[in-house]
Design a protein around this ligand. Structure first.
Ligand code: 13P
Ligand code: SF4
Length: 345
């Protein structure tokens, strides 16, 4: 029987710098241990753009991340996704056709200079839509600075697909909750909390099922059970949840917040369980708990040593069946949006 881990290490040393294995923080421990770099979406996108050596980039994450790496990498670099069906349900909540429809409704009801900004957790075609209309992309690690740019350079920002990251970012920049409008994608209509001319941000009604279910009630119970603990969450959680917590930010932020905490401090972390479990092992001097035990992203867990090893064997054999590619026209417009983001980060 094949020993996946030994074989992966063997192929890694054979391919040397021709191979780059990237892993998101939500990956399983054994995958993180085999990766050349681990990070949040922003860090991984920056690495994919800066690395000019690797011919093969193997992305241990979900589909939109591999697409982003393909758009940002050079023509001679190829990006592979070991778990071919690892998608992000939130990214699937928005497509180009729906974005165009919303864009027309916004133009006819609100007018003005609207800047479209998509969360990196989106399809390449949605990034291309933003690039074509003078907009950009955000990650949870740079949302504040990028949305600030959008609000300063336009009358309003159209933010897709995560309503929670959009609302949390808007509030952190001083945009009142009532000055955001929600776009109901099923009904194809805008829901207002104020007069149309006062709308500063229009939020697509998508969400991440892993974080959206972390309600204020869950935070209140955790607080009651352990009043001394600091509670930190990912900004894909609802605004009412984030408001009750001690901090919120990207996966990289969450790791650093806990790591830099005082020895003996107590932490309750609201994000995916693979990351929280790893944090416990990384910081044995702290008391760390997960906020919601149901925080599992099944798509992130689809990458395992077996499909990673299969991918590397296929690369050696010249079989590109796990290749992720973005067509030239989509990539040309999506890269405008991504480059703008990286220049603002
Ligand atoms: P980060 O960019 O914070 O790593 O988040 C990615 C993600 O998918 C969170 O659900
Ligand atoms: Fe998508 Fe949520 Fe999974 Fe992140 S945790 S990849 S946003 S489903």
């Amino acid at each position: 029987m094949r020993d996946d881990i030994s074989r992966i290490k063997e192929i890694k040393s054979k391919l040397g710098s021709d191979l780059l294995i990237l892993a998101h923080h939500y990956q399983r421990d054994e995958i993180v241990a085999l990766a050349d770099a681990v990070g949040d979406s922003l860090k991984l996108a920056q690495i994919a753009q800066q690395n000019k050596k690797a011919k093969y980039i193997v992305f241990c994450g979900v589909h939109f991340m591999a697409e982003t790496a393909d758009i940002l990498s050079e023509e001679y670099q190829r990006v592979f996704l070991p778990a071919v069906d690892a998608g992000c349900p939130m990214a699937d909540m928005a497509d180009r056709e729906g974005s165009e429809k919303a864009w027309d409704i916004i133009a006819s009801e609100l007018g003005g200079n609207v800047i479209p900004i998509t969360y990196v957790n989106s399809k390449a075609e949605v990034k291309a839509f933003c690039g074509e209309h003078g907009g950009t992309v955000v990650t949870s690690g740079n949302a504040q600075s990028v949305v600030k740019w959008g609000l300063e350079n336009g009358d309003r920002v159209f933010f897709l697909p995560d309503q929670n990251l959009g609302r949390n970012t808007a509030l952190s920049l001083g945009v009142k909750r009532e000055h955001t409008a929600l776009y109901d994608r099923k009904e194809g209509r805008l829901i207002y909390g104020c007069a149309p001319e006062d709308v500063r941000m229009i939020l697509w009604d998508g969400f991440c099922h892993v974080h959206h279910r972390i309600t204020p009630d869950i935070v209140n119970k955790a607080r009651q059970a352990d009043p001394e603990a600091k509670i930190v969450v990912h900004p894909e959680c609802p605004l009412e949840t984030v408001e009750l917590c001690d901090g919120s930010g990207s996966t990289e932020y969450l790791i650093n917040a806990v790591k830099n905490g005082a020895p003996g401090s107590r932490w309750i972390v609201g994000t995916e369980f693979n990351l929280v479990n790893r944090l416990k092992a990384l910081c044995p001097d702290k008391d760390i708990k997960i906020l919601d035990t149901a925080s599992v992203c099944t798509n992130m867990s689809k990458t395992n040593t077996e499909n990673l090893c299969d991918t590397l064997e296929q690369i050696l054999a010249g079989d590109h069946s796990r290749l992720v590619t973005v067509d030239d026209n989509t990539a040309k417009n999506a890269v405008k949006a991504l480059d703008k983001m990286l220049s603002l980060s």
